[in-house]
Design a protein. Sequence first.
Length: 192
Amino acid sequence: MKTLLMTALALLMLTACSSKPNIAQNTYLLTSDSLGRTYTFQNKVPILVIPNVAVSDILSGSGIVYQISNTETVAANNNRWAEGLSEQLTRLIISGLREKQTRYWPVGTSPISSTSPVQTLWVKMAQFNGSYTGDAMLAGEWMLFDDSGNILLSETFQISEPLKQEGYPALVDALSVALDNLTTQLASTLNP
């Protein structure tokens, strides 16, 4: 009898465990029309170093962030960035600036950039998230430094882009458009 009861209990536990729903985990990458294009370096153009974009603490995890009220944000557990957000932002800002301005040749941090005098564009993202308002929100600041570390230009930015529909794919698309708008603003400021 005891064996029968133990067998029934084990069967019940197995059934309970197998009835848990499988929750799909989705991963996303930002997109840009300038990715994958070939750009020709012009020797007479000064190099502009763009270190990895700094992101606020809430953005540093792998979950896509969503603002659920005026004062509260959450990071998604099952909708994540396929690659670190800082790395994606840096790559897209570099490619966007290569396409949209001609004053500088943007590069990431590299051995070449650390051995010669170059200007540096530092970008900090305070917001890069969806919002309960139905918009993708992008906010932060950027600073352009000369080769001695002096600030040449500095601006804050805040961009919102409406989502075309609900859902994380639409949010990632809207965030990509907002980032493209930021690179357009940066390029117009950087061009002479």
